[in-house]
Design a protein around this ligand. Structure first.
Ligand code: SF4
Length: 377
């Protein structure tokens, strides 16, 4: 049976982080309950026949603000309507300040077998700078309690390239991060939308802007140190101990099918990309009328499908097999992109090895420049 991944978006946060440009809303008990009811309705209305669910991912926002009862209601509805594989990867994103040992034990019992903690930094000063609503101490406690609760697949998120600290501070923090023995690490360079509190602080000169050279140096140091510590750099921003690569996110990069549930969620199914409304009121109202909260449905034509297959696949360590893609789209891939591949190779951004086209270490830093070259004209 074909496999399907489910993404459940929980858009509530205790407060907005200084750098956040995601769709998120203040957390209120009553709204969260209405949202849970709407989500269960959406799961029913959007049901896809003939699939086995292989991964489920609760992302946000802050999914760990959902009570055990609310999470259970959503998971129960999924299990009522789908066959979920016995070895399904089921991830919960959590803010370290919102979870305790009891909560983690409960969600582990509900079936979550992977926890992704948004630690972001191990320095209290950085967390204040970023406007996070948890402390580094909260993170260390949450990591300890997650292990005690039986989470054998633990992922931690961090941000590098912070303008308030030096590269040598990041280098030292990396040693501490490695010491935490996470199974998976997602590391992102700080980017600032001008329409965020930190973006405005930079624009007004109150805060220095993130420096791309600093971010590049920190990325290179990270890549080297994590490789020495046994992590596989399997995707541009993701590292894992062998066997702990995120199965859910790999579905995105390999253009597998997934159904996004919740406000602002995206799906890719039956050759179409679908986005839900970004309005919370609109989402609740549409579902209360028994309709799906669709904002846009775009059928992906073969040209765009080829382009997506290339630039999503290039994000992965092994890149893309030119033969496989050639067969899939009935094209001679090296011939069709002869100029792009030659120019990007000359710039040191891609390389061809064993029939695969992949990013070089420099290409990983400048991935967007590479991806642009494979967009449909
Ligand atoms: S926790 Fe995440 S989604 Fe929520 S405000 Fe912070 S960065 Fe945004």
């Amino acid at each position: 049976m074909p496999q399907l991944s489910l993404y459940v978006h929980v858009p509530f946060c205790l407060r907005k982080c200084g750098y956040c440009s995601f769709v998120s809303f203040p957390d209120r008990d009553e709204t969260r309950q209405k949202y849970t009811d709407a989500l269960t309705r959406e799961i029913t209305l959007s049901r896809q026949d003939g699939f086995t669910v292989s991964t489920i991912y609760f992302g946000g926002g802050t999914p760990s603000l959902m009570s055990e009862r609310q999470i259970n209601a959503i998971l129960e509805r999924i299990h009522q309507l789908y066959t979920v594989s016995e070895d399904a990867e089921i991830t919960l994103e959590a803010n370290p300040g919102t979870v305790d040992g009891k909560y983690l034990q409960s969600v582990r019992k509900l079936g979550f077998n992977r926890l992704s903690l948004g630690v972001q930094s191990l320095s209290e000063k950085d967390l204040v700078f970023l406007g996070r609503c948890h402390s580094a101490k909260d993170s260390l406690r949450a990591i300890h309690e997650a292990r005690l609760a039986g989470f054998n697949n633990l992922s931690l998120d961090f941000i590098y390239g912070l303008p308030n600290r030096t590269t040598s501070v990041w280098r030292g923090m990396l040693d501490e991060i490695i010491g935490l023995s996470a199974d998976h690490l997602s590391l992102y360079g700080l980017t600032l939308d001008p329409d965020t509190p930190l973006g405005r602080a930079v624009a007004s000169g109150r805060t220095p802007a993130p420096d791309p050279d600093q971010a590049a140096e920190e990325y290179e140091i990270t890549s080297r140190k994590l490789a020495e510590a046994g992590y596989r750099h399997y995707e541009i921003s993701n590292w894992a101990r062998p066997g702990f690569e995120s199965r859910h996110n790999t579905v995105y990069w390999k253009r597998g099918e997934y159904l996004g549930l919740g406000v602002a969620a995206h799906s890719f199914i039956n050759g179409s990309r679908i986005s839900n409304t970004v309005s919370l009121d609109g989402y609740l109202e549409t579902l209360s009328k028994g309709e799906l909260p669709r904002d846009e449905i775009e059928a992906i034509n073969p040209e765009l499908a080829l382009s997506e297959t290339i630039f999503l696949g290039l994000r992965l360590e092994d890149g893309i097999s030119m033969d496989d893609i050639g067969r899939q789209f009935s094209i001679d891939l090296p011939g069709r992109y002869v100029r792009e591949i030659a120019e990007l190779s000359a710039l040191g951004l891609v390389e061809v090895s064993g029939g695969n086209l992949k990013l070089t270490p420099r290409g990983r830093l400048l991935g967007n420049e590479v991806f642009l070259r494979f967009l449909p004209s």
